[in-house]
Design a protein around this ligand. Structure first.
Ligand code: BJW
Ligand code: ZN
Length: 248
């Protein structure tokens, strides 16, 4: 693909010191992780309120665990795509960089990104409802699984109606409020509070860029919108940044 860059985007790249990238399910779509919404989305086949709430877990832990074990199996088989790898290159191109993700699949870390702020948790981690200990087992002697302390285990992801991990959301709000360039990539921008981060950044004067295959709830608030697959747009943008900075 051949992206047309506006002067204001190129200026933002030249002057940016502190950069934030915030990603959603679209970034992992081309690795084979289904998105949530849209025609092929997970919520077309499964009802969110029956699976992604604590009430659903309490009512039917076996069903909820089966769904997460099924998704873990998918995630275990796949690898990052060029979009993840392009983002992993960004810290060396700017003075300050932070990656925030709503994704629970861990693919950014596999691609080499460090200090990833996972605001919706991680699907591969288990948490005990009683002792709050974390564990990483994926095969269980008992199902639905229990902790060594006897308490019920749950997947360590954030369900609807639950608070986001305090340390992660503090960092996400802080860096969004203080950056000067913000990328929102592959998210529909409907789930709060993640959907507020681009607005927060823009209100503080950051230049906000969206990368998505289609217009979203966020398109009308951003400064620049690139319509295309993140696996194609991101590597091209990285090449452009390197050109601007005289690195290639
Ligand atoms: C590509 C692409 C390619 C495709 N390249 N792009 C009413 C109004 C406002 C808020 C609320 C409300 N009622 C309730 C709320 C709060 C609620 C919320 O926001 N609900 C809205 C849906 C209305 N939020 C919460 O409950 C949050 N907690 C909270 O607010 O706490 C405070 C509180 C507590 C108690 C009471 C009240 C307040 C928690 C939200 C947790 C979200 N959890 C999930 C599941 C995680 C676990 C799991 O994986 O099972 O997180 S839901 C699901 O949505 C998942 C995602 O991280 C999240 C966001 O989805 P995302 O990433 O945007 O994916 P999609 O599918 O929506 O979009 C994909 C995009 O990619 C599309 O745009 C495509 O076009 C694009 N794309 N291929 C580039 N190749
Ligand atoms: Zn325990």
């Amino acid at each position: 693909m051949n992206i047309q860059y506006s002067d204001k985007f190129l200026d933002a790249i030249k002057t940016a010191k502190s950069v934030v990238v915030s990603t959603g399910a679209g970034v992992s779509a081309e690795s084979g992780v289904p998105t949530f919404r849209g025609e092929e989305g997970l919520w077309k086949k499964f009802r969110a309120e029956e699976l992604a709430t604590f009430e659903a877990f309490q009512a039917n832990p076996k069903l909820v665990w089966e769904w997460y074990q099924y998704r873990r199996e998918t995630i275990n088989k796949i690898t990052p795509n060029p979009g993840h790898y392009a983002i992993a290159e960004m810290p060396k191109l700017f003075d300050t960089f932070r990656l925030i993700t709503q994704n629970v699949d861990g693919l950014h870390r596999v691609a080499g990104s460090e200090n990833v702020v996972e605001i919706h948790g991680n699907i591969k981690r288990n948490k005990c409802l009683d002792c709050d200990e974390f564990s990483y087992d994926e095969e269980f002697q008992q199902f639905p699984p229990t902790c060594e302390c006897g308490g019920k285990l749950r997947p360590d992801v954030v369900w609807f109606g639950e608070m986001l991990p305090a340390d992660a959301i503090d960092i996400a709000f802080g860096v969004s409020r203080s950056c000067d360039l913000f990328f929102t990539v592959g998210t529909s921008g409907v789930v709060q509070p993640a959907a507020s981060l681009p607005t927060m950044a823009r209100q503080q004067g950051a230049f906000v860029v969206e990368i998505n295959i289609e217009p979203t709830e966020l398109t009308y608030i951003v400064d620049e919108s690139f319509m295309g697959k993140s696996s194609e747009v991101l590597p091209e943008i990285i090449t452009k940044i390197k050109e601007i900075k005289g690195l290639i």
